[in-house]
Design a protein around this ligand. Structure first.
Ligand code: FES
Length: 120
């Protein structure tokens, strides 16, 4: 029988906005919550490469497909770069940008009256 999710308070929207992200300990796990293009996303703060606190990495964009000698930057603030070795993950899907078989563990997140809750 599958376990059911439980709703856990993680912090406030204001805390997230002050820091650019919110890393909270929920049910004994660190989970990073990000606001991207008006929606919330929650990811476990463990990089699948080597266990780094990936949610504390730089939030940035990435190079877009382009022609030879062209450099196109896009998806600004939709990517998190792991602080240890630079692996980049899509904050909307949790997927590694170069290897879709590698991904962050995600959680459902909900905002109610300025408070953020994750379902674990
Ligand atoms: S631990 Fe994250 S890229 Fe190596």
């Amino acid at each position: 029988m599958p376990k059911t999710e439980q709703k856990h308070f993680a912090g406030t929207v204001q805390e997230l906005k002050n820091k650019g992200r919110l890393v909270a300990t929920v049910n004994g796990m660190e989970i990073g919550i990000f606001l991207v293009n008006g929606a919330y996303y929650a990811w476990r703060n463990i990089c699948p490469h080597g266990g780094a606190p990936v949610c504390e990495g730089v939030v940035c964009g990435t190079r877009l497909p382009s022609l030879v000698y062209e450099y196109r930057y896009g998806r600004d603030r939709e990517i998190v770069r792991c602080p240890w070795h630079g692996w980049e993950f899509d904050l909307l899907t949790g997927r590694h940008l170069a290897d879709e078989s590698v991904r962050l563990r995600g959680y459902r997140v909900e905002e109610t009256d300025g408070e953020l809750y994750v379902f674990v």
